[in-house]
Design a protein around this ligand. Structure first.
Ligand SMILES: [Zn+2]
Length: 413
C-alpha cells in the first residue's frame, strides 16, 4: 500500500492562530493537504520524509482577507470596469490571485465580483495559483443602492459582465436574486443595507433595504446553509442588518453602542476594513481618479472610523480582517495584509491581530473546522515570516519568506 509522503517543517517559533503563548522550535508534520502533528524540539529519530528547515523564522497559519473584490479593476472610476474588455479584467484578476498568495494570503472571501466564482474553480483545479476563495458572485442590492452604478443606465448595470450589482427590489425579488447567486455557486450572499462611500447617490448614514427585504435575503440564504454579509456603514443600516439576520457587518464606520450590543448579543462578526482609513487619509493629497463625491464622503468617514473600531475591539466584538481592496492603486492585491498592520496601528494588540486574520476570519466564513489555525487535522495552509510579527507587525507584509497552501509550497525565498 502506498504511503502518503510526510513533510516535517521546522521553524524558530509557532504562532498557531489561537493567540496563546508562541511555541518555540516547532516541527509541523504535513501529509497530503493536512497537518497531522505539531511537535516541538528535535525531529523524532529515524524520520521518514522530507524536511523543510525554516531556521529561526516564525511559522503561522496562512493569513485571511475576508473582504476582497477580485475584479481586475485598476482605477476608481466605476465606468472603467464597464468599458474595459472582460477578458482583460479576467487576466488581471488571475494575476491578483497570484499576488495575494505570494503575499501570504492563503484564503479570501470575495465580497462582490462576477469573476471570483470562476477564479475559485480555476484555483481549485490548479489552473492558476491563488488563495482559497469563498465567493458571493454579485451583490444583491436595491435599485439605487450601494453597488449599483448610479450614473449608468440600469440595463448596463444589470447586463455588464463586470458589474458588481444584482439589482433586486421587494422581498420576492430579493429571494429570487439570492437563488440566482446560489444557482451560480455562491458560497455566501453579499447585500448592502446602507448607502456607501463608493456609490454616487447614496450616503453611509442612509438605510438601504427595508427590514422585510433583508429578512427575505437572510432567511433564503440560511435555508441553504449560506451566510449573509452586509455592506453597512452607518448605524441605521447596521442595526437593520443585524436585527434581520445578517451574519457579518462590513465597514461599520458609524457604529454606536447599540450596534455593538447587538453584535455581541447575536455573535455577529465585524469586518472594519480599517486599512481604508489610511487610504482615505492618503487620498486627501493623492486623489488619483477618485470622483469628488467619493472624496467628500471619505473625509466624513475619516472622523469616526478609528473610534468605531476601537470601541468594538474593546467591547469584545469578534473582528475579522479584510481591507476591501479591489486592485486600484493604494488598494492593490498583494497588499492585503495592510489590514492587519492598520488594526495594530489603531489600537489592537499584535497577538489579537494575528488571531483576527487567522482563526477569527475562518470562523467568520464558517470553515474553522478545517482552516484558520496550525493544529493537527487542519488543512496545511501556513506561512513563515523572518522575525517575529508580535514584535513588529509590519513583518506580516515585509517578512514573508514561505507560503504553503494545502500542503503545497508556493513560495520559499
Ligand atoms: Zn467591499
Amino acid at each position: 500500500m502506498a504511503e502518503t509522503k510526510r513533510t516535517f517543517i521546522r521553524a524558530g517559533l509557532l504562532l498557531d492562530g489561537n493567540g496563546g503563548t508562541p511555541l518555540p522550535r516547532p516541527v509541523v508534520v504535513v501529509e497530503g493537504d493536512r497537518i497531522t502533528d505539531v511537535l516541538t524540539g528535535e525531529l523524532p529519530g529515524g524520520v521518514d520524509g522530507a524536511v523543510v528547515d525554516l531556521g529561526g523564522a516564525t511559522l503561522m497559519p496562512g493569513m485571511w482577507d475576508v473582504h476582497s473584490h477580485i475584479t481586475g479593476t485598476r482605477g476608481y472610476s466605476a465606468a472603467d470596469s464597464i468599458v474595459t474588455p472582460h477578458d482583460l479584467m479576467v487576466l488581471r484578476a488571475a494575476e491578483d490571485c497570484r499576488k495575494m498568495l505570494h503575499a501570504g494570503i492563503t484564503s479570501t472571501r470575495d465580497c462582490g465580483s462576477t469573476i471570483a466564482l470562476s477564479l475559485a474553480r480555476a484555483i481549485k483545479e490548479g489552473v492558476i495559483p491563488g488563495p482559497n476563495i469563498w465567493a458571493c458572485g454579485r451583490i444583491v442590492t436595491q435599485t439605487g443602492g450601494h453597488g449599483d452604478t448610479h450614473f449608468l443606465p440600469i440595463a448596463v448595470v444589470q447586463e455588464s459582465p463586470d458589474s458588481m450589482a444584482r439589482l433586486a427590489d421587494g422581498p420576492d425579488e430579493c429571494r429570487r436574486a439570492v437563488r440566482e447567486m446560489l444557482r451560480l455557486g455562491a458560497d455566501f450572499i453579499k447585500t448592502a443595507t446602507s448607502g456607501g462611500v463608493g456609490s454616487e447617490k447614496s450616503h453611509p448614514l442612509e438605510e438601504r433595504y427595508t427590514p422585510p427585504e433583508i429578512e427575505a435575503i437572510t432567511s433564503e440564504a440560511h435555508r441553504f446553509g449560506r451566510r449573509v454579509a452586509s455592506h453597512a456603514q452607518g448605524a441605521p443600516g447596521v442595526k437593520n442588518a443585524i436585527r434581520n439576520g445578517v451574519d457579518t457587518i462590513e465597514h461599520g464606520y458609524y457604529i454606536d453602542d447599540e450596534c455593538i450590543g447587538l453584535m455581541l448579543d447575536r455573535g455577529t462578526f465585524y469586518v472594519p476594513t480599517i486599512a481604508l482609513l489610511d487610504v482615505f487619509k492618503a487620498s486627501v493629497k493623492r486623489p488619483l481618479d477618485m470622483p469628488p463625491w467619493r472624496l467628500r464622503k471619505q473625509l466624513e468617514c475619516m472622523e469616526v472610523m478609528e473610534k468605531s473600531f476601537v470601541r468594538a475591539y474593546e467591547a469584545g466584538v469578534r473582528i475579522a480582517t479584510g481591507p476591501d481592496y479591489f486592485g486600484a492603486p493604494m488598494r492593490a492585491h498583494g497588499d492585503n495584509a495592510d489590514e492587519v498592520i492598520a488594526m495594530v496601528r489603531y489600537g489592537m494588540r499584535p497577538a489579537d491581530a494575528i488571531v483576527a486574520t487567522t482563526r477569527t476570519s475562518a470562523e467568520c466564513v464558517g470553515v474553522e473546522r478545517d482552516y484558520g489555525t496550525v493544529e493537527k487535522g487542519k488543512v496545511a495552509d501556513m506561512i513563515a515570516i523572518k522575525g517575529n510579527p508580535l514584535d513588529d507587525i509590519g513583518l506580516v507584509k515585509a517578512g514573508i519568506r514561505f507560503v504553503m497552501k494545502g500542503g503545497r509550497v508556493f513560495r520559499r525565498d
